[in-house]
Structures are given as structure tokens and as C-alpha cells.
Design a protein around this ligand. Structure first.
Ligand code: SF4
Ligand code: SF4
Length: 638
């Protein structure tokens, strides 16, 4: 059956066809959609883990029981999972274990461009690298077979264009696989005591070289030879490629230049590469993210041409094929580059847009307050990084998941406890549970002070609001942090500026470790229409055009054209408003009021304008009959 599939859905399908009965992962672009897509297969039991290490260990446990298990993470997540990743090849997998890793050349949504192939080689894990969505399905299915036959975990490495691309793919049936069979034995294989390690290391080396020399390794090599080369004439250059660039190379060059596409990139299928090299004077290696393949092929003693415009930085483009030592390839590629340049000159370029928080985002309040304070803010991974962008400019460094708390501890250890008055850590709730928890334990254990802000928007918002671990409610946070030994815990409304400011003052004035949890659900998880949003509007006659509300930088607030008589430009609120109430708290003229009130009676709105609307609505909505009444008003006046 042929179907139009995106890369993530194709991989999920491949896992199902390959017999997976368990899947785990931690969300991260570009492969979050893989675990989401496994939801369509009732035979696969799936779960989001608190972090990638736990996901991999859980999947390995399932594989040790004899099941076929899938685990999904992005490239930097593989670093978090490095401990089990390096040990799993020693023990073997018993059932089957496939690790889908999404690399991000060009770092469109990541903090680095690392190449998973380098990590996999160091860990002794085989890597399959599909060059299309259709191959992503087939390779994932076959990865389970390789894993089961060679008793090794297998990585399927995809990059952003394959994960997010869509093409036709052939979907097949699910392979019959044995059910989980109980506990793994003997201990000489599954218990990594020092006495057993050398034998396991030897076994790993043997299994990897057996795979590299196997018929399966040859199956993953696709050679295309132009007629002259097929007839025995040596060509001046042949291209060896893998991954997403391979599809472009085949389309552009395969009629003219010998091309070898590698689907298995670790262990390297040496014999097919040597056989291909017989057809060419030298090899041009085309890949993304690093010189992994080029270095490995050069290490075989084969002549490899240098690419003039490739340093491993950024995502793939035809320019990267250019080489002073491959004029025949340059002649094929240069017209394409010139045509693209022409198009670029004639097609109007879109105005650059910076990313920013959504309208009504619960992170806006705290960053608008931090922007006014002279604080050094160590951020983390997730939506909070947008606090670095103007008009806030209120985030000064970040490193990796959960690192904000540890980096803060380092600052305080080096600069002294007084630095706690001017240095704070900010991270999201998902990141806190991912790897911030041990950092809090360490701070408590070492008796360090410091202020940590946890922006709890109830899930992993940046990747699509997956539900990883969470503390559920304010009481849950107090219980958890109290049990960890945090001396000062505050849970506040993320959209109440007065409450936030007071909590920040109190936390900074405390000598001990202080954790402030800012609760405010991600707006993308709230209904965009309907009765619960309580959108706001501007009483135009009251607006002085001072611009204070613009400082919360909400895209729903727009400046109106100046009047014919001149004067400051007033503002209006568009339908993008989600009703967070933040801008209303900043207006010195009390010109921003709930739209319902203004619609029912502008006179009443003028009289009631100074009320603390956010607190009032929140309080009233806590009473069920009043909430029903308010919801009716909101619905009927919308
Ligand atoms: S209430 Fe104000 S800040 Fe909140 S979403 Fe509406 S316009 Fe934006
Ligand atoms: S803060 Fe109030 S007065 Fe100032 S521009 Fe906004 S709505 Fe108008």
C-alpha cells in the first residue's frame, strides 16, 4: 500500500511493521512526531519519559525482556542518554532496540549541530541513515531486524528535512515477532561487572565487524554507474554520499558521475566502498554535520577530494558539492547555484521576523519584570530562551537542559553568596523534571542560596505540549520542593504582575535557596475560542497613547495610526487576544478592560476600569455558578 507520509509518521509506521511493541522518548525537534505517531498503533505501548536517559533505559529493559522496543530523541538528548548508550552494546539487546535520533544541521531549533554518527561510533552502535521519507520507513523496519540478528542497539539517524518532509512511501504489513520472553540471562552478559567487561567488549567488536561484512551491509549500499563507468572506464571522480544530501546528489549527478549511496554508515561497509572506488580516480564524499564519512573513507587509504565550500557548518545546499578537484561535478552544480541566485535576486525577500512569545503567553509577565531589574539571568532550554529577545533582553546565558540551576550554583560558589542578589536561574517545568531536580538536590546539599524561577506552563510547550513529568498543582510543588529540602518555596500566578514582583523581591531578600514556581498554562493548550478566554479591549477614549502596554510585547496589541490632529498613537487589541490580562495591569489610564464589560456597558466599564481584572476574574471563576454566568456573558457578547 502506497501512502503520503511525513518522515516522523513513516518512522512510526516502520517501527510498527518491524514488530515494535514498546516505544519511549523525550520530546525534541525534529523527531517529536515519531512518538506522537505511534499512538495510531494499539500494538505499541508508548510513554514519554522524564528525560532521554530514562527513555533509553526503559526501552532497553523492554528489549531485555525479549520485546522489540523503539526509543526517540533529538541529537542533544542522546548526550543525556550517553551512559546507557555506551553500555547497551556491551550487554546486547536480546529482543531488539532501535534508537531514532533527529539531528539538526543548521540548528533551526537546537543549541548545537552535533553529528550523532560520531557519538554512535564512539559508543559502538550501528547507524542507518535514510536519504528519503520512503527509506526512513524501510530502514526503521529493517533496523529492528538488524538489532535482533546482531544483538545490538541500532540508531536510525534522520535530519530535519527528512523528519519534516512528506513523500509517497510503501507501507507494508507487521512482521510476526515473538512476544516478550521473561528475564535476560546469563549474568556474564547482562551484569557489567569488571570481570565480565573485557569479554563483552570483545564480543561487541566481533558483532560490529560481522555486521560490516554481512550481506545486510551490502544491501544498504546503492551504486549507480553511468554507461562509460559501467563499461569499465575509470571516471575522474565518483561521489559517496549518505543521508538527506544523497537524494539531491542522485538527482543531479547520477546520470553523469558514479554515485554510491550508503545507508549503513557505521560500521562502514568497507568492501562495497573499495569496489566502488575501482571505478574512479578519486572520491568526493557528500554528507551533513561533520566530516565523519570523509575521514572514515580517507582512513581506508582511498583518495578523497576536498570540498571547497564545506566545513560541516549549516544545513545542506548544492554549494557544498563544489570541489577544486572535481570539475565535472562543479559543471553540473554551478548552473543550479546560479539559477538559485537569480531567483533570489528577483523574488522579493520576506521581511525578517524575530521569534517571540505567543499572545497571552504566561512567560511575558516575568520577563517584562526582569527587564526592569539589574539581574544576570541564567536561562535554560525551551520557550524561556525567547526572554533574551527584545524588548525584554532579560536572559544572558544558557547551556543545556536543567543547567541553569547548576550554573547559578557555580556563579555563587565563585563570586560569593552576595552574588545571589544579582544572579538568578530561570527554567521551565519540563526542563526542571528532565534534569533540574538533581541540581536542586545538590544546591540543598551544599547549603547554597540563590533564586530559581520555574516557569510552569504544564508541559513541554515548545515541542507541542507533550505531557512529560509534572507536579500537577501548587500543593504538589510545595510538597515536592519541601521534601527535597528547599527552605523557601513560593507558588504564584504567572500573569499577576503585582504578585510576581513581590515574590521576586522576597526571594532575592532571602539568604537561603528560594524556588519560585510561576503557574500559567501554555496558551497553546487553552481554547482559542469560546467562553473561557475573557478577551480584553481598549477604551479608546481613555487611552493616552503612552505605550506602556506595548512593553509586554503582545502581538495582539497594535498601534493605531496617528489622528489627523497629530498626538500620540493610541492602541487597539485584536482578535489574537487570549485574555491573559497582563496588559491591563500595565496601563496607567486603566484603559484596558474585559471586552465583555465594555460591550455590555461602556459607562460601567469606565466606572469599574481601575479594578484588578485578572485577580477578579480568577477569583470569580473559582465559584462554579458564577463561572457559568460569566461564561454565558463571554459567549453571548463575543
Ligand atoms: S490581555 Fe493583553 S497581553 Fe494578554 S493576550 Fe490580550 S492583548 Fe495580549
Ligand atoms: S498603556 Fe494604556 S494608555 Fe498607554 S497606550 Fe496602552 S492602553 Fe493606551
Amino acid at each position: 500500500m502506497s501512502a503520503l507520509l511525513d518522515g516522523c509518521t513513516a518512522i512510526a509506521r516502520g517501527a510498527w511493521e518491524g514488530g515494535a511493541s514498546f516505544a519511549a522518548g523525550y520530546p525534541g525537534s525534529p523527531v517529536t512526531g515519531v512518538l506522537d505517531a505511534t499512538a495510531g498503533y494499539p500494538e505499541i505501548r508508548r510513554q514519554w519519559a522524564a528525560n532521554e536517559k530514562i527513555a533509553l533505559e526503559t526501552a532497553l529493559g523492554a528489549a531485555w525482556s525479549g520485546a522489540r522496543a523503539l526509543v526517540v530523541m533529538k541529537h542533544v538528548g542522546l548526550n543525556v542518554a550517553a551512559d546507557p548508550l555506551y553500555n547497551a552494546p556491551y550487554t546486547g539487546v536480546r529482543g531488539a532496540l532501535v534508537i531514532v535520533v533527529g539531528d539538526d544541521p543548521g540548528a533551526s531549533s537546537s543549541q548545537n549541530e552535533q553529528d550523532t554518527r560520531l557519538v554512535a561510533k564512539a559508543a559502538g552502535v550501528p547507524v542507518l541513515e535514510p536519504s528519503s521519507v520512503a527509506e526512513a520507513l524501510v530502514f526503521t523496519r529493517l533496523a529492528f531486524e538488524i538489532s535482533a540478528r546482531h544483538d545490538l542497539p541500532v540508531i536510525v539517524r534522520v535530519t530535519t528535512p527528512i523528519a519534516y518532509g512528506s513523500t509517497g512511501a510503501v507501507a507494508g504489513a507487521r512482521w510476526p515477532v515473538p512476544a516478550a520472553a521473561g528475564h535476560a540471562r546469563p549474568i556474564q552478559k547482562y551484569l557489567l561487572l569488571p570481570a565480565f567487561v573485557p569479554a563483552r567488549h570483545t564480543a561487541l567488536i566481533e558483532r560490529l565487524s560481522a555486521l560490516g561484512a554481512s550481506p545486510a551491509a551490502r544491501w544498504f549500499c546503492e551504486t549507480s554507474l553511468p554507461p562509460a563507468a559501467a563499461a569499465g572506464t575509470r571516471h575522474p571522480v565518483g561521489i559517496v554520499c549518505a543521508g538527506f544530501p544523497a537524494a539531491a546528489v542522485r538527482e543531479l549527478c547520477a546520470d553523469t558521475v558514479p554515485v554510491l549511496t550508503l545507508g549503513l554508515v557505521h560500521p562502514l561497509p568497507e568492501a562495497p566502498i573499495r569496489a566502488f572506488a575501482q571505478h574512479c580516480e578519486r572520491l568526493l564524499v557528500v554528507e551533513e554535520s561533520s566530516h565523519y564519512l570523509e575521514d572514515a573513507i580517507r582512513a581506508l587509504g582511498l583518495p578523497v577530494a576536498r570540498r571547497s565550500h564545506y566545513d560541516g557548518v549549516g544545513s545542506f545546499g548544492p554549494k557544498q558539492l563544489l570541489s577544486d578537484e572535481a570539475p565535472v561535478v562543479n559543471a553540473l552544480v554551478q548552473p543550479l547555484i546560479d539559477a538559485a541566485e537569480q531567483r533570489r535576486r528577483h523574488i522579493p525577500i520576506l521581511a525578517p521576523r524575530t521569534p517571540g512569545f505567543c499572545a497571552g503567553c504566561s512567560h511575558r509577565g516575568i520577563f517584562s519584570l526582569l527587564a526592569k531589574r539589574d539581574l544576570y539571568v541564567v536561562g535554560d532550554i525551551g520557550c524561556n530562551t525567547l526572554g533574551a529577545i527584545q524588548p525584554y533582553g532579560a536572559l544572558h546565558a544558557n547551556l543545556c537542559m536543567g543547567a541553569s540551576i547548576s550554573v547559578l550554583q557555580g556563579y555563587l560558589a565563585a563570586l560569593g553568596p552576595d552574588a545571589a542578589q544579582r544572579t538568578i536561574a530561570v527554567l521551565g517545568d519540563s526542563t526542571f523534571f528532565h534534569s533540574g531536580l538533581p541540581a536542586i538536590l545538590s544546591a540543598v546539599h551544599n547549603g547554597l542560596p540563590g533564586t530559581v524561577l520555574v516557569l510552569d506552563n504544564a508541559g513541554s510547550a515548545m515541542t507541542g505540549h507533550q505531557q512529560t513529568a509534572h507536579a500537577r498543582d501548587a500543593e504538589g510543588w510545595r510538597t515536592l520542593l519541601g521534601a527535597l529540602g528547599v527552605p523557601d518555596v513560593r507558588v504564584v500566578d504567572a500573569l499577576d504582575l503585582g504578585e510576581l514582583d513581590a515574590a521576586l523581591d522576597a526571594a532575592l531578600a532571602t539568604d537561603a535557596l528560594s524556588v519560585v514556581v510561576l503557574k500559567g498554562d501554555c496558551v497553546q493548550s487553552l481554547p482559542r475560542k469560546g467562553p473561557t478566554n475573557y478577551r480584553y479591549t481598549v477604551r479608546t477614549d481613555a487611552c493616552s497613547g503612552c505605550g506602556d502596554c506595548l512593553k509586554v510585547d503582545c502581538p495582539a496589541i497594535v498601534q493605531l495610526a496617528a489622528s489627523a490632529a497629530g498626538g500620540p498613537r493610541k492602541v487597539a487589541i485584536t482578535h489574537e487576544c487570549i485574555g491573559c490580562g497582563l496588559c491591563s495591569q500595565t496601563c496607567p489610564e486603566h484603559a484596558i478592560v474585559p471586552r465583555t464589560v465594555q460591550t455590555v456597558s461602556p459607562r460601567l466599564a469606565r466606572l469599574l476600569a481601575p479594578l484588578p481584572w485578572r485577580r477578579l476574574i480568577r477569583g470569580l471563576r473559582g465559584v462554579a455558578p458564577v463561572r457559568r454566568l460569566l461564561d454565558r456573558f463571554e459567549t453571548e457578547t463575543y
